[in-house]
Structures are given as C-alpha cells and as structure tokens.
Design a protein around this ligand. Structure first.
Ligand code: HGY
Ligand code: MN
Ligand code: MN
Length: 420
C-alpha cells in the first residue's frame, strides 16, 4: 500500500512560511486581500504548488491560484479542493491556510504514491475569502461559480478610494475577464475543503475531525443614521435627534434578533462610527457595520425585513432618518450527504474520531454547490478561538485533517456519480 502519511514537518514549515507574509506590526497576522504581503504570498502559493508537482499552475483572471494533478481519465469530471490564504485584520495563521497548504500536501501525497487518480484533481487558493471594505467576501469562488456581478465590481471602497473592479485591476487582475470565469453548472465531481473549525464544538466533544453538515448563510448590513447636530450642553434631551443613540439602539436590535432565533443564529456589530465625534456636540450622523448568520434559511430570509423595520422605527422615534444597505447575500448551504458519508468513512479508516458539526463560519465551499457536490472537513481550533492572534491548531491535528482529506479524495475519485 502506498504511504499516504502527510509530512507533518513539511506542513508546519509551510504554514510558518506563509505566516511571514504580514502587513503590519499589528498583533496577530494581517494579510488582507489586495495588500502587498498578500500579493507576495500568492507567489509563495504558486511555487508551493509547482514544488508539489502540480501542473498548469496559474493565476486566473479573478486572482485564484490554480494547479492541477492530472488523472488517468481527464475526460471524467474533476475533483477540486482548496481554501483561501487572506486573513482578517489582526487574525490568525490557520484560517484558510490549513486548507490550502493541506490541499497541496494531499495532491503531493497522491502524486508521489504512484497511484494516480482516475480524475484530475484541481487545487485552488481562492482570492479574497474574508470580508472586505467592498462588503463582498469569497471573491474568487464567486467568480468561478458565476456569482461575481458587474454591480459587485462597481462597489466603491472608502479606504481604497476606488471600485472593486479598479482595485482588482490594480492588483494585476482582469475584472472583466473575471466576470466570464463561471464554470458550467455540475462540472465538478465534488469539491472538498479542509478548514479549521474556528469554534469550540470539536474540542468540547473531544473529537478529532468535524464532518460539516451545513455552512451558515451571512447577511451583512451597512446602516446609516442622519439626525441633527446640536450643542451638547444646551439642547434639552427630549428635543434631540441624536444619530448615535439611534445607532446604539440598532446594535442592540441586531443582537436581540439573533438571541431570539428559534433554530440557530448569531449576529455581530463589528464597527460603529459617529460624527463629528466631539465631547460637546450631539452626533448628527452615525453608521454601523453588522452581520447576521444562520444555518436556518427561513430565519435568515425573514430577518432582513424585521431588522429594517425595527431599526427604522426606533430611529424615527428620535427623529433620525436611516438608510440600510444589505451587502453580502450568502444563503445557508447544506453539504452533500454522500460526501459527508465518505468523509466519515475516511476518518474511521485512519482511526480518527469524528463528529457531524455545522459551520457558523462562512467558506468558499458555500459557493461551490452550483458546480457539484460539496463537503468540508474540520480540524479543532484550540479554545474555539479564531479571527484573533490566539487562533491555534496543532500540527498533529492539521496532519490528521490532511490524511482524511487525502483518503476522502481517493474514495470520491473511485465513486461514479455522487448523488446530490
Ligand atoms: O467570516 C467568516 O465566517 C469566515 O471566517 N471568513
Ligand atoms: Mn476561512
Ligand atoms: Mn475567516
């Protein structure tokens, strides 16, 4: 039997090398999409794929780094695996990276085993999975699934002072061509993504592998509040139109909606700002950046209308006007049952304990169902922490995840059509 044991030291060294591409002295790891360190890290990923023996390694028009491990029957629908290597601001060094370095390692193991797959295996480092100032995550996976639109490219980024399309072009990409990257529906045999759990479930259950059941949908909201500026000392409380207080009530309304959800929901307001920002002036304008998530389509479908109504009503009672913009529209996605079963069998085949878990985090995989059956493999996050410098996954857990990924790819390869 060929040795398909991941090289743990090689994995650890790869994650360590990737973590050196950071854009600030900020605590943690910051490598945001379109930043200089991110540009440099794409070259590292490109080389890592070439060194693993992948062929046709290239960057597509949307900025995805793509490599291919040829199979014996290229006429068959290919397999795909991958993830992302951009980070949040002050984040960790495993979110996404484990899935890209792990996918490349799985492809290397299969190639060096001398037992080629029947199908081609496509390995991808997707561009810009994380939330960004354009309000649109999963840029690269949206492009290959036909979900990137001209309207998305026209979105203006405040810090960039440019549209998403212009920013992509400035990064050496071809935004117009990115709109034409859509792969045909059903063109993949299956897509598998290895990822850290980013939550506490596996550690709490003492399980080594997560078989993901569903990926939460995400709706992101930019709400603007327009009140009236006044002297903070002379204007009586009852006569004020304080934009910041209206925004504060909106923040609590966002929290309240998730806490009352019947099945599953979380919500976060990650940022609030008010102007003019002086001690002694009643704020005349404010904005909040918020998101709501759920694996329950019914709740997620209804929450936008409920929140819009509640936020506008609370603000109107203060004589404050509101303008709400919903930015992300990523519905909840269930993984494919037959793929889940294959992952569970692969985990058992390597003696790994496993548990079926939902993903509260969003992933590129959530955009892939249009192309074919999908599955996700989780490895534990220490303390359930992620998107912070404390994010940590052991090399042993990473290697075990790569082992299960490798076995899953081999098992899926041998299956004829995979039922949806
Ligand atoms: O935000 C998320 O859920 C993912 O980690 N990008
Ligand atoms: Mn991620
Ligand atoms: Mn993330």
């Amino acid at each position: 039997m060929p040795d398909l044991t991941p090289d743990a030291a090689h994995l650890a060294a790869g994650l360590e090398a990737l973590s050196t591409f950071v854009q600030s002295a900020q605590p943690g790891w910051t490598r945001q999409v379109f930043s200089e360190p991110y540009l440099a890290s794409r070259e590292w990923t490109f080389r890592r794929m070439v060194e693993a023996g992948l062929s046709d390694v290239h960057q597509d028009a949307a900025g995805n780094i793509v490599g291919r491990l040829p199979g014996q029957h290229p006429e068959l629908k290919p397999l795909m695996t991958g993830s992302h290597t951009d980070t949040v601001w002050g984040g960790g060094r495993f979110d996404g990276m484990v899935g890209v370095v792990g996918a490349i390692e799985a492809a290397r193991l299969i190639r060096e085993s001398g037992r080629p797959l029947a199908r081609d295996l496509i390995v991808v480092d997707f561009l810009g999975e994380e939330a960004n100032e354009f309000g649109l995550s999963c840029l690269g996976s949206r492009a290959i699934t036909g979900e990137l639109t001209p309207g998305h490219l026209d979105r203006l980024g405040e810090a960039a002072g440019a549209t998403l399309g212009a920013t992509m072009a400035g990064f050496g990409l071809d935004p117009d061509q990115a709109l034409r990257l859509a792969q045909p529906a059903g063109s993949l045999h299956a897509y598998i993504e290895l990822h850290i759990e980013q939550g506490p479930l596996l550690e709490a259950a003492g399980k080594e592998i997560g078989v993901v059941t569903a990926i939460a949908g995400i709706e992101r909201l930019l709400a603007a509040f327009q009140g009236r500026g006044d002297h903070a000392g002379t204007m009586p409380m009852a006569d004020r139109h304080d934009a910041l207080l209206a925004a504060a009530e909106a923040v609590l309304a966002v929290e309240h909606e998730a806490c009352c959800a019947p099945v599953h929901a979380v919500s976060t307001t990650g940022r609030i700002e008010a102007l003019p920002g002086a001690f002694n002036v009643v704020p005349d304008s404010a904005r909040i950046w918020a998101e709501v998530r759920s694996i329950d389509p019914a709740w997620l479908g209804g929450v936008k209308g409920r929140l819009a109504q509640r936020i506008a009503g609370l603000a109107a009672a203060r004589g404050v006007e509101t303008a709400l913009e919903w930015l992300n529209d990523q519905p909840p996605v269930a993984t494919t049952p037959a793929v889940r079963e294959t992952i569970a069998q692969a985990a058992e085949a390597v003696g790994a304990s496993w548990e079926a878990v939902p993903s509260g985090a969003g992933h590129d995989a959530a955009h892939l169902p249009r192309l074919g059956p999908i599955g996700m493999i989780f490895v534990p996050s220490q303390g359930g922490r992620s998107h912070v410098p404390e994010e940590f996954t052991t090399t042993e857990d990473t290697a075990r995840g790569v082992q299960v990924l490798t076995q899953t790819l081999i098992a899926l390869d041998a299956q004829p059509a995979i039922p949806a």
